[in-house]
Design a protein around this ligand. Structure first.
Ligand code: PEP
Length: 252
């Protein structure tokens, strides 16, 4: 399976800043078909960023989508609008969307189904809070989030599904999860996928880790069995840091 290196810019970088980023990034990053690189940029820069990379094998992603086709949802963006911007992949259920915008597992399920209609890849983000981990509820939370988000999805749609395990206590805190914690979460996610569908689907679904991945810890994280890459926030904002992480973990 490809190694995934996905960068979540969040609400950072104007298009001018993305242009500067790209010049630098292209000069330093290694690219080949065994790896998959994606940049999740603000909506307003999707189309232009896609054109910046027209000669490179780099995917361009959106950070959210609305679940309706169209309608009275002021400020929202639909799947067809993302298609029009040539979006390759969409983040769904990021913990910041769940926390600040009160997205529920049911909303997330509808958003995933919406993107499936348009045959666009999604990254489903799941993960527990610090309190939930301390109260030994991690397994229950991950199981619940996963089952609700995937409810009603068909086996053949999994060619477009990637799962990111992002413990909320590790996002933007500098406190990376241990390899053991990540391994346990990946095993659990694969067990659930196997029980909901089958073991081939479970083994073929990419699972990424996100939460304070840096230049310093990426090599150790890269040793985790069964892990197919990283979703990176803070450390992806600097093109040299993101390239360093990719080049250190790159599949030749
Ligand atoms: C994220 O926002 O998905 C993320 C993983 O952020 P950070 O790398 O900054 O923890």
């Amino acid at each position: 399976m490809k190694k995934h290196f996905y960068a979540n810019f969040k609400m950072n970088k104007t298009f001018k800043e993305i242009e500067d980023y790209c010049k630098n990034f292209i000069q330093t990053v290694k690219i080949n078909d065994k790896n998959e690189i994606a940049l999740f940029v603000p909506y307003v820069s999707l189309k232009e960023t896609k054109h910046l990379f027209k000669n490179e094998n780099i995917l361009i992603g959106a950070q959210n989508v609305h679940f309706a086709d169209n309608g009275a949802y002021t400020g929202e963006i639909s799947a067809i609008m993302l298609k029009e911007c040539e979006t390759d992949v969409v983040l769904i259920g990021h913990s910041e969307r769940r926390k600040f915008f009160k997205e529920t597992d049911e909303d997330i399920n509808k958003k995933i189904k919406q993107m499936m209609k348009y045959n666009v890849k999604v990254v489903l983000c799941i993960g527990e809070t610090r309190d939930e981990r301390q109260m030994l509820k991690t397994k229950q939370v991950i199981t619940n989030q996963l089952k609700k988000a995937l409810n009603g999805l068909y086996e053949n749609e999994f060619k477009n599904i990637i799962i990111a395990y992002e413990p909320i206590w590790a996002i933007g805190t500098g406190e990376v999860a241990t390899n053991k914690i990540i391994e346990e979460a990946i095993n659990l996610i694969r067990e659930i996928l196997a029980s909901l569908y089958n073991s081939a689907l479970s083994n073929n679904t990419p699972i990424l880790y996100g939460g304070s991945v840096t230049q310093e810890n990426c090599k150790s994280l890269n040793k985790i069995k069964n892990l197919n890459g990283f979703l990176i926030g803070g450390a992806s904002l600097n093109p040299k840091d993101f390239s360093f992480i990719i080049n250190s973990c790159f599949k030749e």
